[in-house]
Design a protein around this ligand. Structure first.
Ligand SMILES: Cc1cc2nc3c(=O)[nH]c(=O)nc-3n(C[C@H](O)[C@H](O)[C@H](O)COP(=O)(O)O)c2cc1C
Length: 197
């Protein structure tokens, strides 16, 4: 059975660049045979975090939240796509992911993708995101996927721009990141099937 990956977008900003990175990640994963859920907080329109999913009475859970719960539960792995906001990761991610915890995330795998319109690709945000994901129970893979100067690297549909300066570097980093994510996802899936604590 295919590995299932949720790709979580971390921006709701009008004119956001994050959708480009998200589309790129989705395409790379699908090429490698994964089943992908693109988790777009704009489309979901879930309120700012107020209470964990488990504690919200069933009748009060919105259809969007129930759908998100089903997709996260089905997922073997997550790619969290964060912009760098003030040298940190986006609060959009924590607002969405804080709804869930043990049942949805524990013993599963996370990859971190980050981006900026500047030259560093959001690596400061990416490194700060790792302890947060760890607390959710996700095993964060060693490699990260930064997109520097994303506005001149990716088109709106996630394809790489013709002649983009960073195209070669992105291909090289992707060639390590995606196989590593799927390796860890498969290993953890097998381990989960054998039993958890
Ligand atoms: C609130 C805010 C804080 C930002 N902080 C940083 C930063 O610390 N470092 C950086 O390189 N770019 C920073 N930027 C620029 C963003 O990386 C750039 O605008 C990016 O496109 C944001 O992602 P989004 O378009 O998907 O929202 C910041 C942008 C915003 C809106």
């Amino acid at each position: 059975m295919a590995i299932v990956v949720s790709v979580v977008l971390g921006s709701v900003r009008p004119g956001r660049m994050g959708a480009r990175a998200g589309q790129y990640v989705v395409q790379q994963l699908e090429t490698l045979g994964a089943k992908v859920h693109l988790i777009d907080p704009v489309a979901l329109d879930i309120p700012l975090f107020g209470q964990r999913y488990d504690y919200i009475p069933e009748a009060e859970r919105s259809p969007a939240l129930v759908e998100l719960h089903a997709k996260f539960t089905e997922s073997d792995a997550f790619v969290v796509v964060t912009p760098e906001y003030n040298h940190s990761y986006s609060p959009v991610i924590t607002s969405l992911m804080n709804y869930f915890y043990h049942n949805e995330f524990y013993y599963k795998v996370a990859g971190i993708a980050s981006y900026t319109m500047g030259p560093y690709g959001g690596v400061r945000a990416a490194i700060q995101l790792r302890p947060y994901l760890g607390e959710l129970g996700l095993v964060s893979i060693p490699k990260i996927l930064p997109f520097p100067a994303i506005q001149s690297l990716l088109n709106e549909d996630g394809s790489v721009q013709d002649g983009a300066a960073g195209a070669g570097a992105l291909a090289a980093v992707s060639g390590g990141f995606f196989p590593e994510l799927l390796w860890y996802a498969k290993a953890n899936k097998a381990a989960r099937a054998a039993g958890t604590l």
